[in-house]
Design a protein around this ligand. Sequence first.
Ligand SMILES: C[S@@+](CC[C@H](N)C(=O)[O-])C[C@H]1O[C@@H](n2cnc3c(N)ncnc32)[C@H](O)[C@@H]1O
Length: 319
Amino acid sequence: MDWTAIKVITSSEAVEAVSYILTDMGAQGVQIEDAADFANLHEGKYGDHGEFIDPSSIPHRKNGAAVSGYFPQNVFVPELLPTIHQRVAKLREYGLNPGENDVSAATVDNQQWATVWQKYYHPLRVTDQLTIVPQWEEYQPADPKEKLIFLDPGMAFGTGTHPTTRLMLEALEKTIVGNEYVIDVGTGSGVLSIAAKHLGAGKVDAYDIDEVAVNSAKKNLALNPVAKDVKVGINSLLDGIHTKADLIVANILAEIIVPLIPQAYENLKPGGKFLVSGIIDDKAPLIRQKLQEQGFIIDDEQQMKDWHGMIAHKPTEVK
Ligand SMILES: C[S@@+](CC[C@H](N)C(=O)[O-])C[C@H]1O[C@@H](n2cnc3c(N)ncnc32)[C@H](O)[C@@H]1O
């Protein structure tokens, strides 16, 4: 999967606010280049190993600041550009200088993303029981009920930090009682499958349409012994799958959830649960309507930032 860096040229004083805006809009990492960071530095010992460095010899911005947010490409990044521009312009109302407010997007290569990723990704307790831990970090749980999900996100979506993923992690935590057969559609990094196993699921099958995601999921499943028996494969939605699961979880964009709804209904046991997110605010009515038309009962809906997550079930008495 590709990533997009959205870069905002702004003023040094607006760096924190612009970083907040990018994170709020779904950026999974933020990188700051600020001329002010160099302004007061003189020749001296810097760097991880105390190297002697003249800061002026390091390529850097001569004025203002650039804040780059890293977005997964399947989150409709192009739609975000005008919104980000407007929100940065509004900072003036809070007494902050938005600076040039030039907003641009570029595709990011693996190497660049990996570097940013490692710098900004740290252990994060995402739900009451689940904590995401980057594979390279040492982490001691603060609470005995914490379950650790080790991830090396690579280029697949699913760091656990995006609101759409968090909605599903919370929904899994609320729903799983133990020994369920779970299907994870659009597994990305495999994060939801690993969470399901930690929470007590029995068998878990995971699918993704993207080969990079499937490889990333395999790698992450191997990092988490609890999930070593999860099966992961390439498949578009549940095409060609005919089974009876207790729970189906999918964090995919609303447009893709629509054709998944009848497939999920067919592949669930009576009483089975369907957990969905990836639903941006204005698409929530469509998904509610499609779920109900199919015969699902919606039990719960949560919102995090602009995103909705729903828990529905197939009635026990199916007409
Ligand atoms: C938003 S990511 C979710 C990743 C992870 N499950 C999470 O919750 O963080 C959506 C994933 O769905 C996959 N996807 C998109 N269309 C799909 C389709 N038709 N069938 C299966 N997977 C699909 C993408 O490749 C991507 O990995």
